[in-house]
Design a protein. Sequence first.
Length: 252
Amino acid sequence: MSTKDNAHSHWPEGYGRVVLDTVDSTMAEAARRVDDITKPTWIMARHQTAARGRRARPWIAPPGNLNATLIFNPGCTAAEAARRSFLAANALYQALAIYVPAEKLSLKWPNDVLLSGGKVAGILLESSGQGPFIDWLAIGIGVNLQHAPEVVDASFAPTSLMQAGGWEVEPDDFLATLADAYATQEDKLRHFGFQRIRDDWLANAARLGEVITARTGREDVTGIFDSIDEDGNLVLITGTGPRAISAADVFF
């Protein structure tokens, strides 16, 4: 597989970068460094020994894939910070579309990126704060660049950029592409508000307008995927009317 030149991408101004050989998880490392962070900082590890995804599920990250966390103080409430998952998803879509045809990519609510129907990337958010505004936000991102890990009972089988016919790219280079794309999303949020982020996300949403099922842990809700609302909730049109769902696993 050919390697695509990364000269188009530059490291965004105002963002820091830390690259480690081995760490338990970049999310844990970000939390340990929070008192020393003076600007938004990306922490990347070439190898993780205890990576995790949503709901404490293990995240398997073979060498050659991206393991990174962005840590910063967004100066907002926890609810506003949670919307950053959509900024991260948009940035991942833009970054991946440089290395693989965009029509193969789609965004799966709430925090996955699909490539030819398989899961190529996941997003995890964690925050801390006791007042109305949070003290810090960590956005963890894992991307299967070169390898698709073997995962048992996955609802969406993992795939990788290379497996799906994309260009070969090293994690360091992809991080620069992603960091630049994420900085652009923050600029959009600042100038245009979440509505623009929401519209961009919906433009690339998987199964928009189709019947899907959201499993909340208490019930399965099946309906037509209509939209996401201003809080980022999934909106389904069901037999009893619209339902806004704040947290669930989605199946289709």
